[in-house]
Design a protein around this ligand. Structure first.
Ligand code: TRP
Ligand code: ZN
Length: 472
């Protein structure tokens, strides 16, 4: 027994005596409510405290004709404290029943919080299973910047996109990127429709009532904003990259011709990214191309980005770059968004540089001078705020997060040289693979890995207000 065990034993005995004095029996666990949010600087109610989800099994039955979803979500989670109740983030739809470890649980809803009170308190460290039966017509979630996310019905199907908080619009969960989990998503749709989600297709089975169940499986952890489900009359194309990653494209027929050339680059992009950033982090890759009127943006949903209308090559490159930066290495909070978007944007610069296009140095200079003959976006408002400190939730996808985020990376490259810079990119993606990281994690890592003091880059480019001057 080590010497610290003795005082711990004394404390444990005193705690037991105290518990007896307050009338609790040995068998009863003392729980308290889990927090209703994780205090994210931009979305304080997103996510929940007191537990971490290990696995989601989502069973969704969707009828495109009437837009009705009937579903069961099964969450396997581990309690991080004694819990008398805990919250899930969930918006709209009707909760029919909640069970914890097979026993009916009381629940109530306020706003986007679903509070579950198990029949018995949960013990710290306990792994428990929460089942939620729900149904209804999902409504899109409106973002602070006015864009739509969540479950988006189309003329002949639907697609789900969740950045930053849309996933609560179609399944209950711990909807914050800091709690990643594996997923099984089973979609049951009328025969004749295709249904697609992240990861690999484990089975496709005809079931009663002229319906087909598509069982999708993500073996690697996923942040919940990157989970997708898509239903439509897609054209499906499958294959394999030279290094053995399985490919699955689902394309709306009206977008097939326009998508072909860009989607055909998928293997090249995966191989190129694997050289630049380290091994591709997932076993599958592909795309979901929705009709062009579906959304005003694309999203890097894990393994299969969602496009609204035919993407071009650079958009495919951007969304696939997120598989390393954002999806495998995920932000710890929504303040760390530039770790996603700055890196994916810089990947576009590198791709051009490596494929006979404009070099990153020339592009960096063009943004400094606003030279739109080099990059059509060079006159954007990249200096409006520092990328590590957007002035509000409605600004987390503004130009500074993308362009100035990329410029931060280029500034590091200027300071440390190509060899150390590319080692840094690869090291960052490798050492944080399938995890979460913050801006502070990155700045510390960059200094350690390159052996350079980069304080001035952080002060001026990452955190500084105003428009930085050209470095001398
Ligand atoms: N991540 C997407 C991309 O760059 C863009 C995006 C879609 C986004 N929805 C968002 C960014 C919500 C921030 C917040 O490909
Ligand atoms: Zn992006």
């Amino acid at each position: 027994m080590d010497h610290r065990a003795v005082p711990r034993l004394v404390v444990a005995v005193l705690l037991c005596l105290a518990a007896l004095a307050t009338g609790c029996t040995g068998a009863t666990v003392q729980g308290r409510p889990g927090a209703s949010g994780l205090r994210d600087p931009y979305f304080p109610r997103a996510g929940n405290g007191g537990y971490q989800v290990e696995h989601y099994a989502l069973d969704l039955d969707y009828d495109p004709a009437d837009g009705e979803l009937r579903a069961t979500a099964v969450l396997t989670a581990r309690a991080e404290q004694g819990l008398s109740s805990f919250n899930l983030d969930f918006s709209g739809l009707k909760v029919e029943e909640v069970r914890v470890d097979g026993v009916g649980a009381r629940h109530n809803r306020t706003g986007t919080e679903l509070t579950v009170r198990p029949a018995e308190d949960l013990e710290k460290g306990e792994v428990f299973r929460t089942e939620v039966d729900y149904r209804g017509r999902p409504k899109p979630v409106l973002d602070p910047d006015g864009s739509r996310e969540g479950w988006i019905a189309t003329a002949d199907g639907a697609v789900a996109v969740g950045e930053p908080v849309g996933s609560m619009g179609w399944f209950p969960g711990n909807h914050h990127p800091s709690d990643k989990a594996t997923y099984d998503v089973t979609l049951t749709v009328p025969n004749g429709y295709e249904a697609v989600s992240n990861g690999e297709l484990a089975s496709r089975t005809e079931v009663d009532g002229g319906r087909t169940a598509f069982a999708w499986r993500s073996r690697e952890p996923v942040a919940s904003y990157l989970v997708t489900a898509a239903v439509g009359r897609f054209e499906v194309a499958t294959g394999r990259t030279p290094s053995g990653v399985s490919v699955y494209h689902a394309v709306s027929p009206g977008e097939a011709a326009g998508s072909e050339a860009a989607l055909a680059k998928t293997s090249d992009i995966v191989e190129w990214g694997s050289r630049r950033f380290g091994p591709y982090p997932f076993g599958t890759v592909g795309s979901i191309v929705m009709p062009s009127e579906t959304l005003a943006y694309a999203l890097e949903t894990q393994t299969k980005p969602v496009y609204s209308g035919a993407p071009d090559e650079l958009l495919v490159l951007h969304e696939l770059a997120h598989q390393w930066f954002g999806n495998s290495v995920s932000p710890k909070s929504w303040k760390d968004m530039w770790l996603n978007e700055g890196f994916a944007t810089y990947a576009e610069w590198l791709w051009a540089e490596d494929h006979g296009g404009v070099g990153a140095q020339r592009r960096f200079d063009a943004f400094l001078t606003g030279d739109t003959s080099v990059d059509a976006a060079a006159d954007n408002d990249w200096a409006a705020f520092p990328p590590a400190d957007p002035p509000g939730a409605e600004h987390i996808s503004d130009d500074p997060v993308y362009t100035r985020g990329a410029m931060v990376l280029h500034r590091i490259r200027q300071e440390v040289g190509d060899e150390k810079f590319f080692d840094l990119l690869r090291g960052w993606a490798t050492d944080h693979r399938h995890g979460n990281a913050s801006t502070a994690d990155f700045t510390a890592y960059a200094q350690r890995r390159t052996g350079h003091d980069l304080k001035k880059v952080w002060d001026v480019w990452l955190y500084g207000e105003g428009r930085p001057k050209a470095p001398r």
